[in-house]
Ligand binder design. Structure first.
Ligand SMILES: [Mg+2]
Length: 185
């Protein structure tokens, strides 16, 4: 059995459009998805970015997210086969309840939910085998810790996937197929 950690934003659902919408409405700044080739968001001042991310994580926004096609079905299959599922997000601690309600609403099975900024350290403590996360920072840290790193491909992590060090899928069905050989039941 494998111990699988799942990020939420840009991993289980398409978070980017919400952040772009908030940035345009509040600050008049567009955040074009296809141009976001680096992890850092430099078009906004730090305080603006913090405010935009905070708004993206209101209870209402968290609970309104729609999962990527195939995400819930894939994780349900893994969970049913006995794999242990840890959902982990750099969302602040107070978002935990709304996040749990969202996971219940979409029918996502999980064994553990962690909302905190120490994601990879927590994965190491838990003996995680596979981390699925779009952040190149987290993916690099996972690799350093000997954890299999995987992601939905986005402009900001495509280079890392192309390097062959990270398992990537353009959607959940492709990601599921690419991870299958690594998940020995
Ligand atoms: Mg993410």
């Amino acid at each position: 059995m494998a111990r699988i950690a799942l990020d939420i934003d840009s991993t289980l659902h398409h978070y980017w459009d919400l952040l772009d919408e908030i940035s345009r409405r509040r600050f008049g700044v567009e955040l074009p998805y296809h141009e976001q080739r680096l992890w850092g968001i430099t078009q906004l001042e730090h305080d603006q970015l913090v405010a935009a991310v905070k708004e993206s994580h209101t209870d209402e926004n968290i609970e309104a997210a729609e999962p990527y096609p195939g995400a819930v079905e894939t994780v349900r299959d893994w969970h049913g086969r006995g794999h242990w599922i840890h959902v982990t997000s750099h969302r602040a601690g107070p978002t935990h309840k709304a996040t749990a309600r969202w996971l219940d609403r979409i029918g996502m099975p999980y064994d553990d939910l962690h909302c905190s900024s120490d994601k990879v350290a927590r994965c190491v403590e838990l003996g995680i085998d596979v981390l699925i996360d779009d952040s190149p920072v987290n993916l690099e840290r996972a690799l350093e810790a000997g954890i299999v790193a995987a992601t939905i491909v986005h402009p900001w992590n495509a280079e890392l996937v192309d390097s062959g060090r990270v398992t990537g899928g353009r959607d959940w069905l492709e990601l599921r197929d690419r991870l299958e050989p690594l998940l020995n039941d």
